[in-house]
Design a protein around this ligand. Structure first.
Ligand code: FES
Length: 199
């Protein structure tokens, strides 16, 4: 059974900012096709700052703790500061997560960044200029936490295309975003068919 920090247990038992914002300025939803869990963040923005944030999470205890922590980290921050919140910084604020729960923190930062992107798309539709720094961050794997499928060592996007511990070639599965061997024909996490590059 995974061992959780006291902070994870606290945020899981007493999650902050649970709920919905009916007139949200931005909504971001992210799911993991492997475990089936879903997170949705609702944000209110005034003068480039998050004035309110709420979430609804259907998922494991770690996912609930991650959502709660993400909401606390983002509340009152500017858009630029919010975009700097990464799965790694969330896991650090929670005083660590077990390796098999890394994907839960990836989900939280991705859903939050999608809410910002949704807000910005609405702003753009109104003809308001959007700073490039914050655009399309959800496509980036920066700060995500992963485990090598071979040696179970921690790998980050910066390490790819290799696991720094065992040297195996890796890539991101386009369906679930998990790390897989570069020559795999099937993702071991979500079962997606892969087309390994012919070298
Ligand atoms: Fe799916 Fe935690 S097990 S988000």
């Amino acid at each position: 059974m995974p061992v959780y920090s006291q902070k994870v247990m606290d945020h899981f038992s007493n999650p902050r900012n649970v709920g919905e914002i009916p007139d949200a300025d931005g909504i971001g939803e992210e799911g993991n096709p492997v475990c089936g869990d879903m997170m949705t963040f609702y944000i209110k923005v005034k003068d480039n700052r998050l004035t309110d944030i709420k979430f609804k999470t259907f998922g494991c205890g770690a996912a609930i703790a991650v959502s709660s922590m993400v909401s606390e980290m983002a509340m009152g921050k500017t858009i630029e500061e919010v975009m700097k919140i990464t799965p790694k910084s969330v896991a650090e604020e929670l005083e660590g997560l077990p390796k098999n729960k890394f994907h839960c923190s990836n989900l939280g930062a991705q859903a939050l960044h999608k809410a910002i992107e949704n807000y910005q798309a609405k702003q753009q539709a109104k003809g308001v200029a959007v700073p490039l720094t914050a655009a399309k961050a959800s496509a980036s794997h920066e700060g995500e936490l992963h485990v090598c499928p071979f040696c179970e060592g921690e790998v980050s996007a910066a390490d790819l295309p290799f696991c720094q511990a065992c040297g195996v070639k890796l890539l991101f599965c386009p369906k679930c975003g998990e790390v897989v061997a570069r020559d795999a024909t099937k993702c071991p996490h979500c079962g997606a068919e892969l087309n390994p590059p012919k070298v």
